[in-house]
Design a protein around this ligand. Structure first.
Ligand code: NHR
Length: 182
């Protein structure tokens, strides 16, 4: 999130208008506030699995901020098709695998377990189906001898911070051709 926000300066066609979290403890909220960006929190826990009710609350700050583009960054709640349809074609996510490999959770452990020589991250459009929308960019890293999920995740994260801002800039310019790094 901070990498995206800090990239939106100068001739960048977009500016951050809201940082929205489902976790009041998320460190990104202070980082956003320190940068003068409006923040909001909608905790999913009181809704106890009622995704539609949670999403109705999530929509309120979004309707106020009127974003043209929504970027998920570490957002871990599955969104219903109803919510996604409101932002169809203008909501992005970064997922820590070389999609279509390893949709869902525990991607680093799964890449190590499979003996993959390469791993990485993908930015994709968010659609109703999880981690399944059109791929807008990918970055690759090697899997090293002795990697644990944490050491591999750290190597991928460095690339996430490069890839996502690059894809967002091009997306905001209307360019949907995929970014391939390195
Ligand atoms: N929603 C839709 N409709 N489509 C996508 O592509 C989405 C999405 C919501 C989140 C991010 C995704 C990721 O990059 C994302 C993509 C969480 C889960 C999950 O199972 C799945 C995919 C992603 C994020 N969440 C559990 C849930 O019940 C909770 C898991 C937890 O809290 O640890 O929502 O990985």
């Amino acid at each position: 999130m901070v990498s995206l926000v800090d990239s939106m300066i100068g001739d960048h066609p977009a500016r951050p208008c809201l940082v929205l979290s489902n976790d009041a403890q998320a460190g990104g909220l202070k980082k956003a506030a320190d940068r003068g960006i409006p923040t909001a929190v909608v905790d999913h826990r009181p809704f106890k699995g009622d995704r539609a009710a949670f999403e109705a609350e999530l929509l309120k700050p979004l309707q106020e901020a009127q974003p043209d583009i929504v970027c998920l960054a570490g957002f871990m709640r599955v969104l219903t098709g109803d919510f996604v349809s409101r932002f169809q074609g203008r909501m992005l996510n970064i997922h820590p695998s070389l999609l279509p490999k390893y949709k869902g959770l525990h991607t680093h452990a799964r890449a190590i377990e499979a003996g993959d020589a390469e791993h990485g991250c993908s930015v994709h459009e968010v659609t109703a189906a999880l981690d399944d929308g059109p791929i807008l960019g990918q970055a690759r890293v090697p899997v090293e001898q002795g990697d644990t999920p944490d050491t591999l995740a750290a190597r991928v994260l460095v690339q996430e911070h490069v890839l996502y801002p690059e894809v967002l800039r091009r997306y905001a310019e209307g360019n949907r051709s995929p970014v391939l790094l390195p």
